[in-house]
Structure formats: structure tokens, C-alpha cells
Design a protein around this ligand. Structure first.
Ligand SMILES: [Zn+2]
Length: 433
């Protein structure tokens, strides 16, 4: 009881005493956020002088007509533009830029998990209150998810995939070691029964989404980004199994034929999509498949490749894939494919995720469309529209604020001043008063 009194002495709460039993007392925190400008990401409208009411971790009301209850604690963001917490649908919180090529072999699983704790904090402080983490070693991403949920470490809400499913010798295998080490990555499986078993195993160990490597990739040895990896039957088996178990499927795919194969098999999103062609675009629109492009990484990677000692077998692929991706993705944007925001943060330092917005706008999205990709669209892809991605009654109180107008200059999102996750203030750099 003393703890409750102490809390209330700071006028942060009202107490509803349901029964005399202390264990059954419930504490309600009432917050009112005053927003100078509120972005309604669902309609694209801007609401001036709005109020957001929050009860514990959820939003209960938002809009210009909402008044501030007397007992509510006020957070004054009246000089800022307020929008929902951002969502990054393609992160690798437990990986870092230094870990490309052979240097990655020296990173233990526990060390990777600890890196994840650091990067989760950086990502949250950058305004990303939810991420979909698509690939980690040793189930470090699941452990990170659990640690964040338990309140052990600060971080965004994490939808984690565990290890990515891939073929022997493919992009998601580990191809750097000599044969005598007899090593395969956690998610490697070949043949229909094996991929079914692997999908079930990954779900068993806590994955909320299934990630597959449908084509080769850039940051790996011995595989081609343009080439398919699994057979049609294997991809279909994974998608059927994942959907049966209530998990969506994210497919890493650069090459056009791999994109087509994955879309026809029923995956929920295409990651990267570097060589997406007209047929892929048509099929994705037909199937409602999301495109999760990862574009800013090209700028950072090319600037820093030398410093990072990137091996030649990666550089050769990067020089072809990264420029092509910008051209093709820009065409997909213009054709009106559904887009959800992703970054592949880990190729570059975590926390720079919002640099993706400016590239999206450069390639044809409006600032509002880019913001929608990182809010309502991303929430839809996650299957979390009822929880995150908008400032509406019933959603988690995941809220960020910036000083200027992100619709006029989308790079404002690179300078997030205020972050709240689940009604708790994570960062407040002022500017509100
Ligand atoms: Zn990735």
C-alpha cells in the first residue's frame, strides 16, 4: 500500500479499490498528451491542438474535441508534431555492421544477445516502438523479445522470427567454414518433410513470424541474389505450415523469379525485392503481398565498405544489386504495390532506421505514404492493426514527436524528440515547453 500512496502523492494516478484485499487493488494511470499537431496516419489528415488520453498502457481517446480530465497528468507536446510510434518490419537487432564476412565467425551467441540488448534500446530511442526482427542466430531474438517483455531491458515490441529458413549452402546458411567443421546454420532444411519439420521447430522455440530465404543474398558467400533457392514445393510447404500455425511468412527475395515463386506460394511479404519486375508487381497487387524495401543501406554501405573490410565476394554483388534495387523499387512504388517500412538495420548502425524515409520519398512515395508504410501498413503486415500503428482508442500508447513538419521535410523523423511506449515515457528531449 505504501508504494501506491507514494505513486499517488505524485498525482500520477487514481486508485480504484475493488476489494479490501491489497492484491486486488488496481492502479490507473491517467495521462493527457497535448499535441500541437497530430498526424492521423489512417486518413492522412493533420489535426491541430489535439489531446490524446491514455489509461495505463492504452489510448482511450484522441482528437481536437477531447478535453483534459482534472486528474490526468499532462504531457505538453503542444509545440511538436505527434505521430504513432514507428514500426520497422525488417531489423536484425542482434547483428552489427562489423559482423560481415569472416569477422562474423568470432561472435558467440551470448555476445550476439547482448548486442541485441544495446541495439533494442537504440532503436526504441530512435522512435521505433515496434520491430519485426527477421533473422538471428541461436534464437537470440526470441530471448531479446522475452527480456523486453519482462522489463529486463528497454526495447521496442519485437515480432521475432528466430533463425531464417534456407537451403544448404544458401544465403541463410553459414558458408564461410571449411567442410571439416560440418556446420550448418540453425534454419537450414532441404526437402518438403524437412522444411515442414523446421517450420514447426522454429515455431516451437518461440517464433511469431517465419522468415525464409527465397533467393540468394548480398552479404553471403557462394550464392547468387538473382537465383531461387528452395523448390516451389518447399516454399509452398513452408507457407502452408506457417499459416496453419498462425504465423505469417516474410520472404527475403532479390531476383524476379524468386519473388514470383514466393508470391505464388502465398508469402505475406517480399523483403528487399531488388529485381522486382512488371510481372512480380502485377502478382503482388493481385495477391495483396507487401513489399518491404530496404534502401538506405546502400548509401551507408558504399560509404563505409572500405572501413569495414567487406570481402570482395560481397562487394561484387553489392555493386550490382544495390543500384538496381533503387530503379526497380521506384517502379514498384509508382505502380502502387502495398509497401511496409523496413531497413535491414544491422547493415548500418541501429538507430539510423529513419534515414529510410528520405530514400522512399526520393523514389516516389509522398512523405505521408512513407509514414503510413511505417505505421498503419506495417501494423497490417504484422497482423497488429488493433494494437499499434495509429493513435486511436484501444491501441497501445506508443507515441513519438518531432519538432518540425515531417510532411514538409521527412528527415524530421531522423530527429525524434519524444518517445512513449505503452504509456511510459522513454525519451523526452523537450521542445514542448
Ligand atoms: Zn535482412
Amino acid at each position: 500500500m505504501n508504494k501506491l500512496l507514494a505513486l499517488c502523492a505524485r498525482a500520477l494516478c487514481v486508485i480504484a479499490i475493488a476489494t479490501p484485499s491489497e492484491a486486488q487493488q488496481t492502479v490507473t494511470r491517467l495521462l493527457a498528451v497535448k499535441a500541437g499537431r497530430l498526424l492521423d496516419v489512417r486518413t492522412g489528415a493533420v489535426i491541430n491542438n489535439a489531446v490524446i488520453l491514455i489509461e495505463n498502457d492504452r489510448i482511450t481517446a484522441a482528437g481536437a474535441q477531447v478535453s483534459v480530465p482534472a486528474q490526468a497528468t499532462v504531457i505538453d507536446l503542444s509545440r511538436l508534431t505527434v505521430l504513432p510510434g514507428l514500426i520497422d518490419c525488417h531489423t536484425h537487432l542482434t547483428y552489427e555492421p562489423g559482423g560481415m564476412g569472416y569477422s562474423s565467425l568470432g561472435i558467440s551467441v551470448p555476445r550476439e544477445a547482448l548486442r541485441g540488448a544495446k541495439n533494442a534500446r537504440l532503436t526504441l530511442e530512435a522512435g521505433f516502438t515496434t520491430v519485426r526482427n527477421v533473422g538471428a542466430k541461436g534464437y537470440t531474438d526470441i530471448a531479446l523479445h522475452d527480456a523486453i517483455e519482462a522489463g529486463d531491458v528497454p526495447g521496442p515490441r519485437v515480432v521475432a522470427s528466430g533463425p531464417a529458413l534456407g537451403i544448404t549452402g544458401g544465403h541463410c546458411d553459414e558458408n564461410l567454414l571449411a567442410p571439416q567443421f560440418h556446420y550448418s546454420a540453425d534454419g537450414v532444411a532441404d526437402g518438403v518433410p524437412a522444411v515442414m519439420q523446421k517450420t514447426r521447430e522454429i515455431v516451437k522455440y518461440g517464433a511469431s513470424v517465419i522468415k525464409i530465404c527465397a533467393t540468394g543474398g548480398v552479404l553471403s558467400k557462394g550464392d547468387s541474389p538473382g537465383a531461387e533457392q528452395f523448390s516451389d514445393e518447399e516454399v509452398r510447404a513452408i507457407v502452408t505450415e506457417a499459416h496453419r500455425l498462425g504465423r505469417k511468412v516474410a520472404a527475403h527475395a532479390h531476383g524476379a523469379s524468386g519473388i514470383k515463386q514466393a508470391v505464388l506460394a502465398g508469402v505475406d511479404s517480399i523483403e528487399h525485392g531488388s529485381f522486382i519486375n512488371d510481372e512480380d508487381i502485377r502478382l503482388m497487387k493481385e495477391h495483396g503481398t507487401y513489399l518491404v524495401p530496404t534502401l538506405y543501406l546502400a548509401d551507408w554501405f558504399m560509404e563505409n565498405a572500405q572501413k569495414l573490410n567487406v570481402p570482395p565476394f560481397i562487394m561484387e554483388k553489392a555493386k550490382v544489386v544495390l543500384p538496381a534495387a533503387r530503379l526497380n523499387i521506384s517502379r514498384a512504388f509508382k505502380a502502387g504495390v502495398k509497401v511496409a517500412f523496413g531497413t535491414d538495420a544491422a547493415v548500418y548502425p541501429h538507430g539510423l532506421n529513419a534515414h529510410e524515409f528520405a530514400v522512399m520519398v526520393k523514389l516516389g512515395l509522398t512523405p505521408m505514404q512513407a509514414i503510413q508504410a511505417a505505421t498503419v501498413n506495417a501494423a497490417d503486415l504484422l497482423g497488429w492493426s488493433d494494437r499499434v500503428g495509429s493513435i486511436e482508442a484501444g491501441r497501445f500508447a506508443d507515441i513519438i514527436a518531432v519538432r518540425g513538419d515531417p510532411l514538409a521535410d521527412v528527415t524530421e523523423l531522423e530527429r525524434v524528440r519524444f518517445v512513449m511506449k505503452g504509456g511510459m515515457v522513454v525519451k523526452n528531449e523537450g521542445g514542448g515547453r
